[in-house]
Design a protein around this ligand. Sequence first.
Ligand code: NAP
Length: 240
Amino acid sequence: MNILVTGCSRGVGLEICRQLLQQGHTVYGIARTHTIEFQQLEDMYKGFVYFKNVDLSDAENAYKVVFKEFLGNKVVLHGYVNNAAMAYDDIITNLNLNKLEEMYAVNVLTPMMFTKYALRNMLLHHTAGCIIHISSISAHTGYKGLAMYASSKGALEAFSKNTAREWGGLGIRSNVVVPGFMETAMSSSLTEEQKDRIYKRTSLKQATLISSVAATVVFLLSDSAKSITGQNIHVDSGTI
Ligand SMILES: NC(=O)c1ccc[n+]([C@@H]2O[C@H](COP(=O)([O-])OP(=O)(O)OC[C@H]3O[C@@H](n4cnc5c(N)ncnc54)[C@H](OP(=O)(O)O)[C@@H]3O)[C@@H](O)[C@H]2O)c1
């Protein structure tokens, strides 16, 4: 299968690419940074992995570069994984409109445009493809300082549910994976004490494993998940 993965340079996106390649799929990766880790995948899986440097904060430019130049109509897209995101953390009384708009461009507007063009590619090639968005447990539990970020993930969850309803008749599926707190660059600014408080809210009392989140994405893309659509799948160490 040909899978478009955004945010492939590190963290969860890199691990999703790694697991997809291990299973013999072809990956089209998007990020601003062409990291050594992604280049290692390119060396290991020559002919099965491609990279495009794109800034997703500019939706208009990003969809043109990705769907017209990078993929074009010749690539038959079987899956789109919307993993890239940025976190704008602050309390609501400090809300800055410019920062909010930039985060919404990356987390919501560009993924909605990419969904439009991923669907068009699937329609063109009569593919019963699959779309997966990566949300966050913060959209369900609430965390101080994450209201703006969590709201962007809530928007994605509603969008995915409606994508599933709108295109399910053609076999196209849309699901959301909802991770708990993971040890990645995005969460690196938290202190050990803040992390401990987050872990205490989980049943397993530990961070969510990146590998578990990535494996769930790979499963949802597979034929084994053919009857799963419109769902939010929590991979969050049992956050309560
Ligand atoms: N970490 C957590 O605790 C946690 C918890 C719940 C949900 N999540 C979600 O899980 C997903 C993966 O997060 P992560 O922890 O792996 O984050 P990360 O380590 O910060 O990686 C984010 C990825 O998104 C890309 N990206 C960010 N802004 C971009 C832009 N403007 N244009 C293009 N690419 C951009 C980054 O690539 P470049 O910087 O190279 O462009 C990077 O590959 C995100 O959707 C996040 O919201 C994370």
